[in-house]
Design a protein around this ligand. Structure first.
Ligand SMILES: C[S@@+](CC[C@H](N)C(=O)[O-])C[C@H]1O[C@@H](n2cnc3c(N)ncnc32)[C@H](O)[C@@H]1O
Length: 406
């Protein structure tokens, strides 16, 4: 009982290392773990915890995708580990062979899920997640941290998330192996509470901070440029009429389609293509350009002036361009991800768009792994105005973390 209580408290402490009280799966996980702890303290059994934990351990140490994502150093040292796990998990018609494989798998799971010493995979993982420095090594540890927390969501909060999580994390693991310019060390860039996926950018919270729902009605046509996992497109599609989500990375397009199937969404078209030259229909009421006008993966290198001109052409009269910056604190030398030169970029944008309002949003992740971003709601000018000047400067904008009162 002591060991069980210790484990529940340890999981709770790990979950709380990056508190997201605004996110439903997080809030539910904390409540569930708190409830389990109280039951155990009163001497009562917690079969739901035991079942969920056993299934989680099995998933993490005995599925190739999870091994690849959560134990990259072990897989580097023993590259055939995922294959071994796959081979003991395979279906086998001969009952004697099947029984032997099942026994080998059980032994592997018991050994690698053992927390009494510090020699198992899971013991190493929990130690890293409880004590590792989020500031060290970029998104590696953070990605593993969220991947583990998402597993807690699926196994301890709502098992209905498990099938779609499995499908999506499987696609992200394939992306990590085959696509050289993925984001967040192969974990999910966008998160989605409705699927029990944290992500480094929590979709519902991000949208709530921007307060853009008044722009979306059942007739609104939206374009999402560089739609990544498609989660923002799917969330927006709950109130908009239709969303075209264009994304260059084919694995992420598959993620979006998997999420849409799981949610029963039918009003998002996932387009695998390059925004700079793909023939888009135009006629959009809202265009989303979120951290996308010049990407660090180097797949979007269009000059900014051409980029905003293309957004203008794709929008209907009176349409809105919802824009999120990259690093506005950058040196401004024009490299990918550097928006220290945003004043100059805003000069080009002013020809095509009026600024409706703007605000900074804080980085969503701990450890300095991301930066605060500037969000701007632009309204399309009916006619481009080459003499138009920008409405605000970057130095002032970077100090405003709320919209100005009207
Ligand atoms: C920094 S992420 C931003 C994702 C998303 N817009 C968001 O803010 O949540 C950039 C995304 O743009 C995609 N991308 C890069 N170049 C692209 C291009 N030329 N056309 C379409 N998508 C592109 C990347 O694959 C990646 O998913």
């Amino acid at each position: 009982m002591d060991g069980q209580l210790q484990l529940i408290r340890r999981l709770h402490a790990i979950a709380e290392r990056d508190p997201r009280p605004f996110e439903e799966p997080y809030a539910r996980l904390c409540a569930v773990l708190g409830g389990f702890a109280r039951e155990v303290e009163q001497g009562r059994p917690v079969p739901a915890f035991d079942r969920g934990w056993a299934a989680l351990v099995e998933e993490l140490v005995a599925t190739p995708d999870a091994l690849l994502t959560l134990f990259p150093l072990h897989v580097q040292a023993f590259p055939n580990l995922p294959e071994l796990v796959r081979s003991v998990s395979r279906a086998e018609p001969d009952p004697d062979v099947a029984a032997g494989l099942a026994e080998a798998r059980r032994t592997w799971v018991a050994e690698q899920g053992d927390l009494t010493g510090d020699g198992s995979l899971l013991a190493a993982l929990l130690d890293e997640l409880a004590n590792g420095d989020f500031a060290a090594g970029g998104f590696g540890l953070l990605g593993r941290y969220y991947r583990f927390r998402d597993a807690l969501y699926g196994h301890l909060v709502d098992p209905a998330w498990l099938p779609v999580q499995r499908e999506i994390f499987g696609l992200l693991a394939r992306q990590q192996q085959n696509w050289t310019s993925g984001y967040v060390s192969g974990y999910a860039y966008q998160g989605y509470g409705r699927l029990g996926i944290s992500g480094v950018k929590p979709t519902e919270h991000r949208l709530a901070l921007w307060e853009v729902h008044h722009l979306l009605t059942p007739g609104t046509r939206v374009l999402d440029i560089g739609s990544n996992n498609g989660f923002l497109a799917l969330e927006i599609a709950r109130t908009a009429g239709h969303v075209d989500a264009i994304e260059y990375n084919p694995y992420l397009v598959l993620v979006g389609e998997a999420a849409a199937r799981a949610l029963g969404a039918t009003n998002v078209s996932f387009i695998c293509g390059d925004f700079t030259d793909h023939a888009l229909s135009g006629g959009y009421d809202v265009v989303l350009s979120l951290a996308n006008h010049q990407t660090t993966d180097q797949h979007m290198t269009m000059p900014f002036a051409e980029y905003v001109a293309r957004c203008w052409m794709l929008l209907n009269e009176g349409g809105h361009l919802l824009f999120e910056s990259h690093n506005v604190f950058g040196p401004g030398t024009g490299g990918p991800g550097d928006d220290g030169d945003l004043d100059a970029k805003l000069d080009s944008a002013a020809r095509y768009f009026d600024v409706v309002r703007h605000r900074m949003t804080r980085s969503f992740v701990p450890g300095g792994n991301d930066v605060d971003k500037l969000f701007i709601d632009f309204r399309r000018r009916d006619v481009p105005d080459p003499g138009a000047t920008r409405a605000f400067d970057l130095a002032t904008a970077t100090t405003r973390y709320a919209y100005d009162a009207a």
